[in-house]
Design a protein around this ligand. Structure first.
Ligand code: 1PR
Length: 563
């Protein structure tokens, strides 16, 4: 039995449910810090900063936590773990929300140096995904972690390692040629830029090492290591699994999967749940847990009938998230119905931000916006690219950060014989392989965006939507293709190229995977950072490990996880 409770500084800005679950899964109880005086009484303090630097510092001041926290940290002798923004706040200042260096926002000032933004002209920002670590210290915190195991990052800002602060570096990591502190440790103060609560068993073992060292009184027993100045790490390509969730005809929430977005059994195929029933491929949490155990890098739950009802009433999806986050410690995305919503009965309206907030609190790390993002893009283009600050993308990314906002694009091909047929010059026409030609042999097409799960087409192309949502503050794009969905013929490479070449934010290729080679094709031929599959995993035709093994054979970097 642990001799202490873990004091958690949760100032209510986002999803700390996973941090809680990761602490309790290590056998520790949590005590929430709600008043400043509790900080001084804490035996060990964990600060999972969420949101933006400026808002975090503002809340620390407003709630009276700033001074007690500075006092707690002053002598470096009281056990502390800052996670992500919680680590960044230990530095002197940050450029977040203040690109002007003279107006950088002040932090707690424990570690020398300023937190800066990754250079968007040189790399995709945010830095999202699994990356490695170069070890600068031997620390009890890393006792249960092998040096080659990857950890999960999601951030746009970073703390550089410099002469003034290099004695703090526990590990460093490289991204796009930029070297940064991926964790710090001095005395009893520890910080991780990565998310232990999202880094699978490796992350749980980081927490285990930290808490065990607090228990044993060995936290400050670190040893400097010699670091190869040329050492680098690599962001790996992610394998994402999507679970399309909806109620079946008996009202049970099931994972389903369509062919070109049609999820009902075809009469010829035989019937699972009555003629034309919704395909039932399993229970959402059980299936997601299996994928976590089997090495999935990320899991997305999509509520595919959200256009019918409001998400606020759609409690089953909230419960799915709550349950899933108890045992799944990799990033969870939820999509479907992230938009403002008015209850037709009561007339009460919820903003998209309030809807997203419910999901973050339930355990989601990212929300995925589909239909609403297409509408926001249309308005953005019509207004001559003026931002209103009122779209769901802007509101959610302002509060939770760009990395928390994924845009799910559902385009379908519009085949054309020649470029001149396309009147709207914003529609990007791409060339297809002959094997993908249209019904009349067309080898050109543009990708028309749809809303409501493919039910309604809009006069805007996928590339235009991708660029618009990037401008509006989205952090990532989940790029589906209705033509390829469920076909097991591979990803739509021309579409993936058109979009990933047009934006700097990461793109997740989706729709059409049927075998491991499809993953190596899309990773070799396009700039996408992740590839998503659904049907082939649900139907157990291919195992996640087979995909990873194939990627390794093809020299495509994949996550190294705890044995
Ligand atoms: O518009 O914000 O409410 O979001 C609705 C969300 O639900 C969107 O993300 C949209 O893509 C999704 N959606 C709506 N209807 C369907 C459907 O299938 N009828 N699913 C649907 C889309 C796409 C992927 C799929 C891949 C990979 N599913 O998630 O899993 O195509 O499949 P494959 O590997 O089997 O080919 P909003």
């Amino acid at each position: 039995m642990p001799s202490f409770k873990v004091s958690l500084l949760d100032y209510g800005a986002g999803n700390v449910r996973s941090v809680r679950n990761a602490i309790t899964s290590n056998g520790y109880e949590i005590e929430d810090i709600t008043t400043p005086s509790q900080i001084d009484e804490a035996k060990v303090l964990i600060f999972p900063g969420v949101g933006s630097y400026g808002s975090a510092m503002k809340v620390l001041h407003e709630k009276g936590f700033y001074e007690p926290l500075k006092k707690y940290l002053a002598n470096h002798d009281r056990p502390f773990l800052g996670i992500c923004l919680g680590m960044q706040t230990l530095f002197e200042s940050s450029d977040e929300f203040s690109p002007d260096a003279d107006h950088a926002i002040e932090g707690l000032g424990v570690i020398p140096g300023k937190v800066r933004k990754f250079d968007e002209t040189k790399m995709a920002v945010p830095h999202i995904g699994w990356n490695g670590r170069i070890h600068h210290q031997e620390s009890p915190v890393l006792k249960y972690v092998a040096p080659e195991e990857d950890v999960y990052f999601v951030h746009s800002y970073f703390a550089p390692v410099n002469d003034d602060n290099k004695d703090w570096a526990m590990t460093s990591t490289t991204y796009g040629g930029q070297h940064f502190m991926s964790s710090v440790h001095k005395g009893s103060l520890v910080g991780c830029q990565f998310h232990p609560e999202k880094s699978g068993v490796t992350g749980l073992n980081v927490l285990k090492g930290f808490l065990e060292a607090v228990e044993n009184g060995t936290l400050n027993q670190t040893k400097s290591l010699t670091v190869n100045p040329d050492a680098t790490t690599q962001l790996v390509k992610r394998v994402v699994i999507a679970l399309d969730v909806r109620s079946n005809d008996h009202g049970d929430l099931v994972v389903t999967k369509g062919d070109q977005y049609d999820v009902r059994e075809n009469e010829k195929e035989g019937v699972v749940e009555g003629r034309g029933g919704v395909r039932n491929l399993g229970k959402p949490v059980a299936l997601a847990s299996r994928y976590y155990q089997e090495g999935g890098d990320e899991i997305a739950f999509l509520n595919i009938t959200s256009f019918r009802q409001g998400v606020i009433e759609d409690m089953p999806m909230l419960q799915v998230l709550e349950e899933a986050s108890k045992s799944i410690f990799v990033p969870l995305t939820v999509g479907g119905g992230i938009r403002s919503y008015t209850d037709p009965q009561s007339g009460q309206t919820w903003s998209a931000l309030e809807v997203a907030n419910r999901y973050f609190r339930a355990g989601a790390d990212k929300v995925s916006i589909g239909s609403d993002a297409v509408i926001a893009s249309e308005d953005y283009i019509k207004s001559g690219k003026k931002k209103t600050g009122e779209t769901s993308i802007e509101m959610i990314s302002h509060v939770y950060g760009a990395q928390a906002v994924v845009i799910s694009i559902d385009p379908k091909r519009v085949y054309v014989k020649s470029k001149d047929e396309v009147v709207n010059k914003d529609h990007v026409v791409v060339e297809l392989d002959k094997s993908q030609a249209g019904p009349n042999g067309e080898t050109l097409c543009w990708y028309q965006c749809t809303v409501k799960g493919g039910r309604e087409a809009k006069d805007i192309c996928a590339v235009t939507v991708a660029k618009s949502v990037e401008d509006l503050g989205a952090g990532e794009i989940m790029l589906n293709c209705i033509d390829m969905d469920g076909q097991c013929k591979g990803f739509d490479i021309p579409l993936m190229n058109a979009v990933s070449n047009a934006v700097t934010i990461p793109v997740i290729a989706s729709s059409g995977a049927g075998k491991p080679e499809h993953f190596s094709d899309v990773f070799k031929e396009t700039k996408v950072q992740a590839a998503l599959a659904a049907g082939m995993f649900h139907r157990k035709e291919v195992e996640i490990e087979e995909v990873k093994e194939h990627m390794r054979q093809q020299s495509i970097p994949t996550r190294t996880k705890a044995a």
